[in-house]
Design a protein around this ligand. Structure first.
Ligand code: ZN
Length: 496
């Protein structure tokens, strides 16, 4: 009998319960909770997080983890113990006092950032940012292996097995091939009319079509709910309770594609098997793999002409006044309109990864080259001008637009672009295995979804994203698939 592992289970179940309660409060806070609840709920959430950490860092847990090494465990059990050991190790290497100071800083810094953004005043955030970077570097240095670069430590937190060497190659390829392709596309002078996507689209109708589309792509409303929040997101409690949100405005495509995107995240979590859910390996493999699934649903499926062949009529029926006269081809062109812009979260599929490229280059300079934060607004603007041909007129639409750095998250951004690239590599492989577009045209989502479940979702965190990609496609990560996918798709759409 595996005594140590069984004892460990009791601790893990407690930790899981605290975690689940915290996540549920956070969801509630963003969706249903009254506005005034915030500060009080924050205290509850703080206590729940504290309880979670005290279970995980209990000396008894550490002892049991050690004893587990001697026991005869299944592969899943081994993976759970490995995850736990890593988490303990990560927490232990940073002195408690410094960690507390850092937590205090981050509880303040998001507010300072929000104020600075509102006032369009970078200088009022710069000293805080400087401190955040100092802590981040110091913590990374405690955790760095022999000869390991600090930014590599951070990158590894979000995407195991992807270091600067791999990412330099990835982003280098993007820069070399996508920047000139984008230039060619914008120089072509092709105009796409998407004016009909903006207008008097009622919330009720948007919600009705949103629910239809979520279910159509495979979101199971017996295991999930959909609500409204300021920014769309997905939360999962376990594989039978996965929650998505969306928001509504007068651009109908925003809610249509955010619902499909979040459904992609949710379908991933709903596809985690029962024996993994509610364990440390019972969630998506990584940030990048999660984005690969959401973007796969949103872009590779959702912005594909074939996808709309069976359902465009349904959309027209929901919005006869706005779309009756708009043909399927006009609609597909409009939802794939390319427009170099300043804001990452509003970027189209083609230019999106260039926004991430800029952040990657800047983070590398901040962590590895001691770039002075005072220089940030200028460097940010120069890079936007160079790669996208647009220049922010202030810091709100420039360097202060994203919340990540204010939360002390450095090394997070690359996962967004990697996710799209994973998706493109999977797509290239799947097209050899099945008549992908033919299935979409027939309205048969099942085969595609089943493939993803069978090859990605069901493994949870048992494998790294890179290993999974290799096992599915038979090849290591290769950014060329992503470039080829984009240049092929947009080359055809724009006739260049
Ligand atoms: Zn996402």
């Amino acid at each position: 009998m595996n005594k140590a592992y069984e004892q460990l289970q009791t601790y893990l179940e407690r930790a899981q319960a605290f975690q689940t309660a915290r996540v549920l409060f956070e969801w509630d806070n963003e969706t249903l909770a009254p506005r005034a609840a915030g500060p009080n709920t924050s205290r509850v959430v703080g206590t729940l997080s504290g309880e979670y950490f005290s279970v995980i860092t209990d000396p008894e847990v550490k002892k049991l983890v050690k004893e587990c090494e001697k026991e005869d465990l299944t592969e899943t059990e081994k993976a759970i113990v490995r995850e736990l050991a890593e988490e303990i190790d990560k927490l232990e290497k940073v002195p408690a006092k410094e960690y507390r100071e850092f937590s205090e800083l981050t509880s303040e810094s998001a507010r300072i950032w929000a104020d600075a953004r509102k006032k369009k005043d970078f200088d009022s955030f710069a000293p805080t940012l400087k401190k955040l970077i100092e802590y981040t570097k110091k913590f990374a240095s405690y955790r760095a292996g022999e000869g390991q670069k600090l930014y590599d430590v951070l990158l590894d937190d979000y995407e195991k097995g992807f270091d600067m060497e791999t990412l330099d190659r990835f982003f280098g390829t993007l820069k070399e091939q996508l920047v000139p392709f984008l230039k060619k596309l914008t120089d072509s002078g092709v105009k796409v009319d998407d004016s009909f996507l903006t207008g008097d689209y009622s919330e009720r109708d948007q919600e009705a079509i949103g629910r239809f589309l979520a279910e159509y792509v495979g979101f199971d409303f017996d295991k999930g709910v959909m609500a409204v929040s300021a920014h769309p997101f997905t939360t999962n409690l376990h594989n039978k309770d996965v929650r998505i949100t969306t928001s509504y405005n007068n651009h109908v495509d925003d809610s249509l594609f955010s619902v499909i995107h979040e459904s992609g995240h949710a379908i991933y979590e709903m596809g985690i098997p029962d024996d993994l859910t509610q364990t440390l390996v019972g969630t998506g493999a990584s940030m990048g793999m999660h984005e690969s699934q959401s973007r796969f649903f949103e872009n590779i499926i959702g912005r594909n002409r074939a996808f709309w062949v069976p359902v465009y009529g349904r959309l027209q029926k929901q919005f006869p006044a706005q779309l009756k006269e708009v043909s399927l081809d006009q609609f597909v062109k409009a939802v794939n309109k390319v427009e170099p812009s300043l804001i990452r979260t509003q970027a189209d599929e083609l230019t999106y990864s260039l926004h991430v490229l800029i952040r990657y280059e800047i983070e590398k300079m901040l962590i590895e080259e001691d770039l002075d934060v005072e220089e940030l607004p200028r460097i940010w603007a120069d890079k936007y001008e160079e790669y996208l041909g647009v220049r922010p007129k202030d810091v709100a639409e420039g360097v202060l637009q994203d919340i990540h750095w204010s939360q002390g998250s450095f090394g997070y951004f690359p996962s967004y672009a990697l996710g799209s690239a994973f998706g493109a590599q999977l797509y290239a492989y799947m097209k050899k295995e099945m008549d992908f577009e033919g299935l979409l045209e027939k309205g048969d989502m099942g085969r595609i979804r089943e493939f993803l479940r069978e090859n990605i979702h069901r493994y949870g965190k048992l494998k790294t994203s890179r290993q999974m990609l290799k096992d599915v496609t038979g090849e290591d990560f290769d950014p060329q698939y992503y470039i080829d996918y984009l240049t092929d798709k947009y080359g055809k759409l724009y006739g260049i």
